[in-house]
Design a binder for this molecule. Structure first.
Ligand code: HEC
Ligand code: HEC
Ligand code: HEC
Length: 331
C-alpha cells in the first residue's frame, strides 16, 4: 500500500514536470544531443559505447540513482567531465535547456531505478523486520506487549525527533544493546541495510519536517558507519586517564557499571538502560569527540544527565578519555 502511494507520488511529480517542460522539449534535446552516447533508454547502450573509455554513464543503474543528484547532473552537462568523452555543453545549451534535460534524466531514467530499490527495501523489511516492527511500522501487536523495551514506533514524533539516517544504519548494523534489536551486519550487506533503512524512512517517517533531516540525498552508498576512532578530543583538550577513572567510579559506575557493561546497581530501575560500552555498537561509534559530546550534553528522554552542568571541560575530557581507553578501545 505504502509503496503504491510512493509510486503514485512519483507519477504525479512526473506529470507536473511534463506540464513545465512543455515549452522546452527536453526529450527531444536528449534525443538529439545525448542519446548517441547514453542510449535512447538512458542505459548507456549506444553505438558509441564500444569505443569509449570510460563508457557513457548508465543512468538506470542503482549506482547512478544514488550518485547523481540534480546539482551534479547540471554540473556535468554544463562543464563536462574532464578526461572523458563527456564534453561541456554550456556554450551550446541554455541554462533552461540544461535544467530541463537534467529533470528529464532524473524523472525518466533515475526514478525507475529508485522504484526498484524501494521494492527491494520493502522485501527486506517484510522478510526480516515486520515480525517485530509490524507492517505499518508502529510495532507488531505481540511485540508491543511482549518486548521490553518495545520496538520503536517509526511513525511517532519521538522517533522523528531522535532518529536520523546514520543512527538508524548503525542500529540496524550493530543492534541496540540490551534490547531485542540485534545487529544485522552478518546477515545483510551494507547496501541492503541502507536500502531497508531508506525504505523505513520513506514509508513510515516521511511527510513531515523531520523528513528533511532524514533525507538521503547525496549521502554516498555504503557510508562507513564506524566512526574514526583516532580523532582527538574537541577544543584541544587532552583527557587524563587516571583522573577520569576516579570521576567515572564516583559519577558513572552506579549506572554504567564498574566494568562498563551498563549494569550498575541503578541500571535495574532505569529504562532505556544505561549504555553498555562493551557492545559492538558502542565500540563502532563512540570515539573521543562523540563521548565528550554525549557526556557533556546528556541524552534526551533518558536518565543520562548533561554533565556539563557539573563537570568542567577538562573533567569532561578526563572521564571521556577513561571510558574510551578502558571500555571502547578494543585491546
Ligand atoms: C560523446 C559521447 C557523449 C555525449 C554525446 C554525451 N555524453 Fe554524457 N557522458 C559520456 C561519458 C563517456 C560519461 C562518463 C564519464 C565518467 O564516467 O566519468 C558521461 C557522463 C555523463 C553524466 C554523469 C556525470 C557524473 O558526474 O558522473 C551525465 C549527467 C551526463 N553524461 C549527461 C549527458 C547529457 C545530458 C548529454 C547531452 C546533452 C550528454 N551527457 C552527452 C559521454 C557522452
Ligand atoms: C526481534 C524483534 C526485532 C526485529 C526482528 C527487528 N527489530 Fe528493530 N527494534 C526492535 C526493538 C525492541 C527496538 C527498540 C530498541 C530500543 O529501544 O533501543 C528496535 C529499534 C529499531 C530502530 C531504532 C534504533 C534506535 O537507534 O533507536 C531501528 C531503526 C530499527 N529497529 C530497524 C529495524 C530494521 C530495519 C529491522 C530489519 C532488518 C529490524 N529493526 C528488526 C526489535 C526488532
Ligand atoms: C542515572 C544513570 C546514569 C548515570 C549516572 C550516567 N549515565 Fe550515561 N547513560 C545513561 C542512560 C540511560 C543512557 C542512554 C542509553 C541509550 O539511549 O541507549 C546513557 C548513555 C550514555 C552514553 C552514550 C550516549 C549516546 O549518545 O548514545 C555515554 C557516552 C554515557 N552515557 C557516558 C556517561 C558518563 C561518562 C557518565 C558519568 C560522568 C554517565 N554516563 C553517567 C545513564 C546514566
Amino acid at each position: 500500500m505504502k509503496s503504491m502511494m510512493f509510486c503514485l507520488v512519483l507519477a504525479l511529480s512526473g506529470l507536473t514536470f511534463q506540464a513545465h517542460a512543455a515549452e522546452i522539449d527536453a526529450a527531444g534535446l536528449y534525443q538529439d544531443y545525448c542519446s548517441v552516447c547514453h542510449g535512447e533508454k538512458g542505459d548507456g547502450k549506444s553505438h558509441a559505447m564500444q569505443g569509449l573509455i570510460p563508457p557513457p554513464r548508465d543512468f538506470t543503474s542503482p549506482q547512478s540513482s544514488i550518485e547523481l543528484n540534480f546539482g551534479r547532473i547540471v554540473h556535468a552537462i554544463r562543464e563536462g567531465v574532464p578526461g572523458t568523452a563527456m564534453t561541456a555543453w554550456k556554450s551550446r545549451l541554455s541554462a533552461e535547456q540544461i535544467n530541463a534535460i537534467s529533470r528529464h534524466i532524473q524523472q525518466k531514467f533515475l526514478r525507475a531505478a529508485t522504484v526498484e530499490t524501494a521494492t527491494e527495501g520493502s522485501r527486506i523489511y517484510a522478510d526480516f523486520c515486520s515480525v517485530c516492527h509490524g507492517d505499518t511500522g508502529k510495532g507488531a501487536v505481540w511485540a508491543t506487549s511482549g518486548l521490553n523495551p518495545r520496538p520503536v514506533d517509526f511513525t511517532s514524533t519521538a522517533a522523528l525527533a531522535t532518529l536520523d539516517r546514520l543512527r538508524m544504519i548503525n542500529a540496524v548494523s550493530y543492534g541496540r544493546p540490551e534490547t531485542a534489536m540485534t545487529g544485522w551486519k552478518n546477515r545483510l550487506t551494507d547496501t541492503q541495510i541502507e536500502v531497508v533503512v531508506d525504505y523505513v524512512i520513506n514509508s513510515f517517517m516521511s511527510g513531515s519536517d523531520a523528513e528533511k533531516k532524514l533525507q538521503t540525498e547525496s549521502v554516498p552508498v555504503s557510508v562507513d558507519t564506524r566512526a574514526n576512532m583516532d580523532l582527538p578530543m574537541p577544543f584541544d583538550l587532552h583527557g587524563d586517564y587516571n583522573k577520569g577513572a576516579a570521576l567515572y567510579m564516583s559519577n558513572c559506575s552506579t549506572c554504567h557499571g564498574v566494568t562498563g557493561d551498563g549494569r550498575g546497581p541503578r541500571a535495574y530501575f532505569i529504562n532505556p538502560k544505561p549504555r553498555n560500552f562493551l557492545h559492538t555498537s558502542s565500540r563502532a561509534t563512540l570515539n573521543r569527540p562523540a563521548l565528550y559530546e554525549s557526556v557533556a550534553k546528556g541524552k534526551l528522554r533518558t536518565e543520562m544527565p548533561a554533565w556539563e552542568t557539573v563537570l568542567d571541560p577538562q573533567q569532561l575530557a578526563d572521564v571521556s578519555e577513561f571510558v574510551y581507553q578502558q571500555f571502547i578501545r578494543e585491546k
